[in-house]
Design a protein around this ligand. Structure first.
Ligand code: NAD
Length: 457
């Protein structure tokens, strides 16, 4: 490894999801002796076999390497993982409750377990996204669970994106560490410095994209506990705001015959604004944005602050699947008994994650409208039965769109754009191509004899 293995304390990661597993694998790859503990025994046994429980590009190969050289030890036992660790990173899930506030039961349960097994002087860092104020509560909970334990609590929010989890961890935009004890903040920051220093050996292909780099400079934000917690949720809320802003203007563009893609290209050239996340479409979903935004609103309300602008963003977002269906009904009398193909179900491309996916909502809404719906996604995995039983899963694009009256592209997987408009036209019975992600060239679609329907175009 590029970085030496001296000064590398033992680390335990709690929670083997997208965040925990990726972080554990990359720490192990950069020379750390890493234990990874999860209560889900099935997940643990999969990881032990060198497999990822979910699809994440390039993760399987790295898991195989670090489990076979024993740098990573997956386990379902806190007793095995935590006592020898100098730093414990908590990465368990924080779903939302029915009222939109964050469900912190896993975070608190993990904290109690860590408290019972940690050795004196352990640094306990929180990578899960939690509402501001949670860190102080957790520190109290840890004290209550084990009054003898000397420990330092650090907020270390995670910013990786599913589908790009490895490159985001090897080449992060920033590392945020917040808390009261400077040396603990430095210890946590150093984990990432070592990952970054080893990046070119862990993934030489990625390195080519990023060279040359003096990557760590200016990227570590040392701050207070509360500010670190706020940085995470504020970042996600702002990105959600940008998407809903683009969708609001897209609705106007639809009325006045504008094209939102060109509009946002023009707007985004202003360096004060930027082009990223100004893409109109069926809205955001996934395991983070919806619940992080609702969690921020709930945390603000608890502090008697009303975040109207962010509430508006959530309203716009939840309107988008229905808005698209309504727009299409202007071109077709009804969906009843129509054969409709839906391409894409994951909440975004390059992931199997379907949590809160607007693509799934679109498929389900079409079933509710009486359509016969067939759907294809290259990777989607369903954990919670969100997909309507009325949706038939297919294995290929061809099977899915054959003789369809209309095709909805609901997730922007590259293969849907690589499939040529003429191929769509050849396979389909009808002529409606609904581009819920504005990913196709609308003129090429029209030239193939299809009616193109985008969002704000
Ligand atoms: P996930 O649902 O994929 O994984 C969470 C894991 O925690 C599961 O494997 C679960 O079995 C395990 N777990 C639950 N309770 C446990 C306990 N008491 N002890 C041990 N393991 C336990 O979650 P994720 O997507 O990795 O997200 C984790 C946190 O990171 C969340 O707060 C999320 O908001 C945040 N986050 C996620 C992403 C992302 O892209 N997924 C990005 C940044 C931040």
């Amino acid at each position: 490894m590029g970085a030496t293995d001296t000064n590398k304390p033992n680390v335990a990661i709690v929670g083997a999801g997208y965040v925990g597993l990726t972080t554990a694998v990359l720490l192990a790859s950069s020379g750390y002796n890493t234990h990874l503990v999860d209560v889900d025994k099935e997940k643990v046994s999969k990881i032990k076999k060198g497999e990822s429980p979910f699809f994440e590009p390039n993760l399987d190969g790295l898991i195989k390497k670090v489990t076979s050289n024993k740098k990573l030890v997956p386990t379902s036992s806190y007793e095995e993982a935590v006592p020898q660790a100098e730093i414990v990173l908590s990465c368990v899930g924080t779903p939302d409750k029915a009222d939109g506030s964050s469900n912190l039961k896993y975070v608190f349960a993990a904290a109690r377990e860590i408290a019972q097994h940690a050795k004196d002087g352990t640094v306990i860092a929180q990578k899960s996204t939690v509402p501001v104020g949670t860190g102080r509560e957790l520190a109290k909970e840890i004290k209550a669970a084990n009054g003898q334990l000397g420990f330092h609590y650090v907020s270390n929010p995670e910013f990786l994106r599913e589908g790009a989890a490895i490159s985001d961890t090897l080449y992060p935009d920033r590392i945020v560490v917040g808390g009261d004890d400077k040396s603990s903040l430095e210890k946590v920051a150093q984990l990432y410095e070592h990952i970054i220093q080893s990046a070119s050996e862990i993934d030489p292909v990625l390195q080519k994209e990023y060279q040359p780099h003096e990557y760590i400079d200016g990227k570590i934000v040392y701050t207070t506990l509360e500010s670190a917690e706020l940085i995470k949720v504020t970042s996600n809320a702002f990105l959600a705001l940008k998407i809903s802003f683009a969708n609001s203007i897209a609705k106007l563009a639809d009325e006045v015959d504008g094209d939102i893609v060109g509009v946002m290209d023009g707007v985004g050239l202003d360096r004060r604004i930027g082009r990223a996340f100004l893409n109109a479409g069926r809205g955001y979903g996934g395991g983070c944005f919806p619940k992080d935004v609702s969690g921020l609103i709930a945390a603000a309300e608890k502090n008697n602050v009303s975040l109207e602008i962010i509430q508006a963003a959530t309203h716009v977002n939840s309107s988008m699947p229905g808005y698209i269906i309504d727009k299409v009904t202007k071109h077709t009398d009804s969906f009843k008994n129509k054969d409709i193909a839906v391409l894409g179900l994951s909440f975004k491309p390059a992931t199997s994650d379907t949590r809160r996916s607007p693509a799934v909502q679109i498929a389900n809404l079409l079933v509710d409208e009486g359509a016969s719906v067939r759907a294809y996604d290259p990777k989607a995995i369903f954990e919670d039965g969100d997909l309507s039983k009325g949706v038939a899963r297919e294995e290929t694009i061809d099977q899915t769109i054959k003789n369809a009256d209309a095709v909805f592209i609901a997730t922007d997987w590259p293969e849907f754009a690589a499939y040529q408009p003429e191929q769509y036209a050849q396979q389909m019975k009808g002529n409606l191509l609904v581009d819920c992600m504005n990913m196709l060239n609308k003129d090429e679609v029209a030239r193939a004899g299809l009616t193109y329907i985008g969002v704000g175009r």
